[in-house]
Design a protein around this ligand. Structure first.
Ligand code: DGT
Ligand code: CA
Ligand code: CA
Ligand code: ZN
Length: 572
């Protein structure tokens, strides 16, 4: 059983406990935390268990004795008696309603008991007809309908962080086969889109049938949907669909281009090609009767008098014109990142000490690392008040002495209250090196109020960055209603950066909004929002969003040397 599956089961337990009115809030939180840690853990729990048994499971952060035992049972039997028991007590429909983003236990019970909806479909019908408006207000009903919409859109899609390891594993298996030449994953995954429908892989081989045979027999393959002489579709053990196509080496460039997409990019490209008398297909470019083949993409785009377009830009958002004019952006790269500006320590809800964070930062080759714990308003995250912030500063000073190679900056992720004020006093904020302000409460305000609230925080003299600016959680929560142009104008004027959170289900600010914000002159910070060691490596997904948003090194404040970063922060 994979970590992702174990994580899902633990989340499910937390939800059912909540539904059953579990009094012990900490028990619910314990399951949620364990689930989050395991989902992102770099080593499979099965391997941890193989090496060190129950004790090793217990040593995984956030995994206590009782949860370790449950993981052991899951690994051994693939089932969990405790969950079966819980499900017997919890009503089926209520558990189903909990899947709807924004619907909590209380609402789930109300929907089932008072509105008498039998399942999600039934609920959707009832709400659309306007039934039970005395029980559920218009606004709430609309929120629930929106939640059902998110659920439907997400169904069958995975987060890129789930899809990428699966694709990488299959690519490496294919590379091991002696019959295989080149292999690449293509489609939305190569474009680094935030969610992935299915995984597409292309490979070259002279013996395609043999490769297809071996591919369909890989241990990670659960089910074979189709199997041709050069094409196959299978279902991976983690539920993902994988399309494999074997292609001739001589046409590899055009096929790679075709299967990378996006469909919108390909359609626009084909339309442009027609205007100059060329006809595109997956096999190459036809001029008159002559079919030109391409072994690499650079030659393919070059034949159309274009620069090679990075996969992340192939969404038909202006890249074709830019490639023709030879002014594509020089996109930011992972190696450009000089430090992470958003890391939680064990002073709030992170599980690393400041010393461990400094060590990790050094290991990653960062020039600086920013400790940005939550502030007091966020009770559940053990937020810091002014007094504890001063205590933390002492520890930072001590650790800094032991780590002269990396600069440890003192920061907070301060809460933006419903009225746009911050929950830490100005005199304390002034002492910090850098300040990120984020919204963690009152998500569903009207557009005008939310915009005013954000702009107030942007204009605060001590705020340098707005954290996860749109508040969306992929598959769970829609972004807030915000007047983005107004927010972008305020950011550009005040020189407040917008964060691109690399956290897998946030990836917020999203790609298209980054592209738009850049036009206003907004700067960005690519951060991980790390709470535990393995989160640091998520930074690549933040860089991917920035690249999809057309951003260059100079658009990102944490690609700059420390003195320039200081300059950015001490502007007031
Ligand atoms: P996904 O799987 O929903 O995340 O998105 P993609 O982009 O991976 O889409 P998919 O798997 O349906 O197809 C892979 C690529 O194949 C797609 O990006 C472009 C190409 N393709 C598929 N269908 C068409 C089509 O009808 N016209 C053109 N021009 N290209 C297509
Ligand atoms: Ca795909
Ligand atoms: Ca596909
Ligand atoms: Zn955070």
């Amino acid at each position: 059983m994979k970590n992702i599956e174990i994580g899902k089961i633990l989340y499910q337990i937390a939800k059912i406990l909540e539904l059953g009115n579990e009094r012990d809030r900490f028990r619910i939180v314990a399951y949620e935390r364990a689930a989050q840690t395991i989902e992102n853990y770099p080593e499979e729990m099965t391997d941890v268990y193989k090496k060190g048994g129950l004790k090793a499971l217990n040593d995984v952060p956030d995994v206590g004795e009782s949860i370790a035992e449950k993981i052991e049972e899951l690994i051994k039997t693939g089932k969990l008696k405790y969950l079966e028991e819980l499900k017997k007590i919890a009503p089926v429909s209520e558990v189903e309603f909990l899947q709807i983003p924004g619907v909590g236990p209380k609402m789930a019970i109300k929907i089932a008991k008072d509105l008498k909806a039998r399942n999600i479909k039934d609920l959707e019908k009832k709400l659309k007809k306007g039934e039970g408006r005395d029980l559920i207000k218009e606004k709430t009903a609309n929120n629930i309908l929106r939640g059902i919409g998110i659920l439907e859109r997400m169904t069958g899609r995975m987060l890129i962080t789930e899809a990428l390891p699966i694709a990488e594993e299959i690519v490496s298996e294919l590379k091991k086969m002696s019959e295989v030449g080149k292999v690449d994953f293509v489609g939305s995954l190569r474009r680094m889109k935030e969610t992935i429908g299915d995984i597409d892989i292309v490979a070259t081989s002279m013996e395609s049938q043999k490769v297809i045979e071996k591919f369909t027999k890989l241990t990670a393959v659960n089910q074979v949907i189709t199997k041709g002489s050069a094409k196959s579709t299978v279902i991976h053990s983690q539920g993902a669909q994988i399309d494999l196509e074997i292609v001739p080496e001589s046409e590899y460039g055009s096929l790679l281009q075709h299967f990378t997409g996006s469909k919108e990019h390909n359609v626009a490209l084909r339309t442009y090609a027609q205007t100059i008398g060329k006809s595109l297909s997956e096999h190459g470019i036809k001029v008159g009767k002559k079919q030109h083949k391409f072994s690499n993409e650079k030659d393919f785009y070059g034949f159309l008098k274009m620069d090679l377009i990075p996969p992340e830009l192939r969404e038909n958002r202006g890249e074709i014109e830019a490639a023709l004019k030879h002014n594509l952006p020089k996109l930011v790269e992972l190696e450009d990142i000089k430090g992470d500006l958003h890391v939680h320590s064990d002073w709030s809800d992170g599980n690393m000490s400041i010393s461990e964070i400094a060590q990790m930062g050094e290991k990653l080759g960062y020039k600086y690392i920013v400790i940005s714990d939550h502030t007091v308003g966020l009770g559940i995250a053990h937020g810091l008040d002014e007094k504890r912030l001063e205590q933390r500063q002492k520890e930072i000073n001590t650790v800094q002495k032991a780590h002269p190679k990396i600069k440890i900056l003192s920061s907070v992720e301060v809460n933006i209250k419903a009225d746009g004020d911050l929950d830490i006093k100005d005199w304390m904020l002034e002492k910090l090196d850098i300040v990120t302000a984020s919204i963690h409460t009152s998500f569903f305000q009207d557009k005008a109020i939310m915009t005013k609230r954000l702009v107030k925080a942007i204009n605060h003299p001590h705020v340098d960055i707005i954290g996860h600016p749109s508040g969306r959680i992929i598959g769970q929560r829609e972004p807030y209603e915000v007047d983005w142009p107004e927010v972008f104008r305020a950011c550009a004027k005040r020189k407040t950066a917008l964060e691109i959170s690399a956290f897998p289900n946030r990836l917020d600010l999203r790609d298209s909004l980054c592209q738009e914000a850049k036009r206003y002159g907004v700067k960005f910070a690519i951060n991980t929002d790390t709470h535990q060691a393995q989160h640091f490596e998520l930074i690549r997904f933040g860089v991917a969003v920035a690249r999809r948003g057309w951003l260059e090194k100079s658009d990102i404040i944490n690609t700059q040397d420390l003195n320039l970063l200081y300059k950015w922060c001490q502007r007031s």
